[in-house]
Design a binder for this molecule. Structure first.
Ligand SMILES: [Zn+2]
Length: 111
């Protein structure tokens, strides 16, 4: 199986709105804050640096969009189940926290 690489791009809110306008019907996203979007056709995750104002928000949005990318990479097309995506990103966040914290401390203490 080929797991092609996905790119991540940081964009301003103005760039995000221009991207959305060029790709999706306005009714589907109008008046909604677009924190991030995953474009399957170009295998690119866009993160809105204007709307995600803290590192934690940016991380959460990235992991959420990574969930969409994982579904796309597994052939799940069309509208994704946002609850499923949130659960996947929750596990990814748990992984990240564990990797940074407990695992590092365990290695440092030789446990
Ligand atoms: Zn989503």
């Amino acid at each position: 199986m080929v797991n092609r690489k996905w790119a991540v791009k940081l964009v301003t809110n103005a760039q995000m709105l221009a991207l959305m306008a060029s790709r999706y019907p306005k009714e589907s996203w109008n008046d909604v804050d677009i924190l991030g979007v995953t474009v399957r056709a170009t295998r690119t995750i866009y993160l809105n640096t204007t709307m995600n104002t803290t590192t934690e928000e940016l991380e959460h949005t990235f992991l959420h969009e990574l969930g969409h990318a994982m579904l796309y990479a597994n052939g799940v097309l069309g509208e994704h189940n946002e609850e499923l995506v949130e659960r996947l990103s929750g596990f990814l966040h748990q992984y990240e926290i564990t990797k940074r914290g407990e695992l590092n401390r365990g290695l440092e203490s030789g446990a």
